[in-house]
Design a binder for this molecule. Structure first.
Ligand code: AMP
Length: 280
């Protein structure tokens, strides 16, 4: 497995693979990898000749008072996990390599208006910009994203369509801890008490899945989920919402495939979770 830090050396390797007629799969990450990331790399390994993982904490997707500085890092451990999962290349640039006084951004409207986009108004502009840049550098055939970040997945799918990237976007299911908590690099921020409190998210997801399956409509589903979270004194709801899986716009009735998504603060840590209903 190779590790590159510049765009130039990355392009050289990709060019060689292309000459050999090999297919390329890509998994973008911010590092501090866990089994959620590993599941993406595994799927990518199964479907492509070559597997590229990027490890880059993208500064432009963090808001001013967010956790850019505190974001956990352990590149040695990330390298070991990528190697174990059969990756061929890690692209690990510094911010200066990726951004040299840029004047260009990729912005997406509508899909980024609510949910996480409301609380983090510049977040998806940063995501779309960096993912576009990474797509242009890696030129993958297939790129793998987690359903854990449901709004991000919908946004990337739409961006790829709108901008004619010739890349297939593959959504991968949420990987959870044994007790239900969705795996996240940010779970390391939680102390022992908060870790227990954080279970209210997955409990709410479970409850939501149960009652939506029984035929309950949006308001009832959201209310019962809200109730579970509000019982937890350390939890503060940022949002809980039922949205169309493609447009990310709120729905009142469960007619088409929907995502029920939430963001909840546990102490100072903002966690997200969701489930899809109605998709084959
Ligand atoms: P991040 O490093 O947090 O930016 O995540 C990189 C990719 O891993 C994104 O596509 C995430 O959606 C995905 N991911 C993160 N956590 C999980 C999880 N628990 N299960 C599945 N995918 C995940």
């Amino acid at each position: 497995m190779k590790v590159t830090v510049t765009v130039l050396e990355t392009r050289d390797i990709i060019r060689q693979w292309r000459k050999e007629g090999l297919t390329i799969g890509f998994v973008p990450t911010m590092g501090f990898l866990h089994e959620g990331h590993a599941s993406l790399i595994k799927k990518c390994r199964e479907e492509n000749d070559k597997v590229v993982v990027s490890v880059f904490i993208n500064p432009t997707q963090f808001g001013e008072n967010e956790d850019l500085e505190a974001y956990p890092r352990d590149f040695n451990r990330d390298t070991a996990l990528c190697e174990k999962m059969g990756a061929d290349l890690i692209f690990h640039p510094e911010a200066e390599e990726m951004y040299q006084n840029p004047c260009t951004v990729v912005n997406i409207t509508t899909l980024s208006d609510n949910l996480c986009g409301k609380t983090r108004p510049t977040h998806f502009k940063g995501v779309c910009t960096v993912v576009s840049k990474l797509f242009n550098i890696i030129t993958p055939d297939n790129a793998y994203f987690g359903q854990k970040d449901a709004q991000q997945l919908a946004i990337i799918k739409k961006m790829v369509k709108d901008l004619n990237f010739h890349i297939r976007i593959v959504g991968c299911p949420i990987i959870r801890e044994e007790d239900g908590l969705a795996k996240s690099s940010r779970n390391t921020y939680l102390n022992e008490t908060e870790r227990k409190a954080a279970l209210c998210l997955s409990k709410a997801v479970k409850k939501g899945q149960e009652i939506i399956f029984m035929g309950c409509d949006s308001e009832m589903v959201l209310e019962q989920m809200r109730e579970i979270i509000e019982k937890e004194s350390l939890a503060k709801i940022d949002y809980i919402s039922m949205v169309d899986v493609l447009t990310m716009q709120p729905v009142d009735h469960v007619e088409k495939p929907v995502v029920v998504a939430m963001a909840v603060y546990i102490g100072k840590t903002r966690l997200i979770d969701n489930f899809i209903y109605g998709e084959e």
